[in-house]
Design a protein around this ligand. Structure first.
Ligand code: DX5
Ligand code: ZN
Length: 241
């Protein structure tokens, strides 16, 4: 099961609800929300108020990618405003295990993100507790960057580890995923595909999303079914009001 996680960073913010609706009509299944603080990454985007504004306008899960220092301090606010999934950068977490626990305690699905220079092996101990691992295929901070092929080996290694360890976490990839690179990430084993520019460019989110998904599905391995399914993860617990 492939998910298209469209990153609203590349959307027209003046028409965010329309953009989300168009990407959803095109087959997008998860809203990817890039939170940047100007410290962990050299850019500032938005925070919990935008997550709160998104919550009533879509039924899709909200996947909050926190590119911020001290994520522990902000997890409660993102959970309270409507995040379904919260991903934290390994590099920003001094006590990664505790931070992931914190996300679980706030009834969100926990994800961990690794930058291009961060090895997969730094995650071995936490793999059993995550819902997904996000492999950055650009250095975080900006949309529209070029895909770094070193991500492919990391995705394939994670897929092998998942099998070897008998786990069912999902593998997400983020940065430079477009019509030219999407087949390679799917073949390597990614099943949550983040795309910003490739979906929202030219104000044609529906058409773009449909084409990207068509190429992604065409690259899916036909023979062996992945061990994980959309139903093998517990749904996030009902959020407290
Ligand atoms: C980069 C963000 C990405 C970004 C992807 O720091 O994490 O989610 O929006 O944008 P594209 O798809 O344009 O590379
Ligand atoms: Zn992202």
């Amino acid at each position: 099961m492939l998910d298209l996680c469209f990153s609203i960073l590349a959307a027209d913010f003046a028409h965010l609800a329309d953009e989300v609706a168009a990407a959803t009509r095109g087959g997008g299944t998860i809203v990817h929300v890039d939170i940047m603080d100007g410290h962990f990454v050299p850019n500032i985007t938005f925070g919990p108020p935008v997550v709160k504004a998104l919550r009533p306008i879509t039924k899709l899960p909200l996947d909050c990618h926190l590119m911020i220092e001290d994520p522990d301090a902000y997890i409660p606010a993102f959970a309270a405003t409507g995040a379904d999934m919260i991903s934290v950068q390994q590099e920003a977490c001094r006590h990664l295990h505790r931070t992931l626990q914190h996300i679980i305690e706030h009834a969100c699905l926990p994800g961990v993100v690794i930058n291009p220079a961060t090895p997969v092996d730094s995650l071995i101990e936490v793999l059993p507790m995550v819902h997904h691992v996000l492999v950055m295929s650009v250095n975080p901070g900006f949309g529209g960057q070029q895909f770094l092929p070193l991500a492919l080996e990391k995705i394939a290694y994670l897929a092998a580890l998942r099998k070897e360890m008998g786990l069912n976490f999902r593998i997400e990839v983020d940065g430079g995923v477009d019509n030219d690179t999407v087949a390679s990430v799917v073949k390597a084993g990614a099943d949550m595909l983040v795309a910003g520019s490739a979906v929202f460019s030219g104000g044609k989110a529906e058409k773009n999303a449909r084409e990207l998904l068509r190429r992604a599905r065409a690259a899916e391995p036909k023979t062996e079914k992945p061990a994980h399914t959309a139903h093998s993860h517990p749904a996030p617990k009902a959020r407290k009001k």
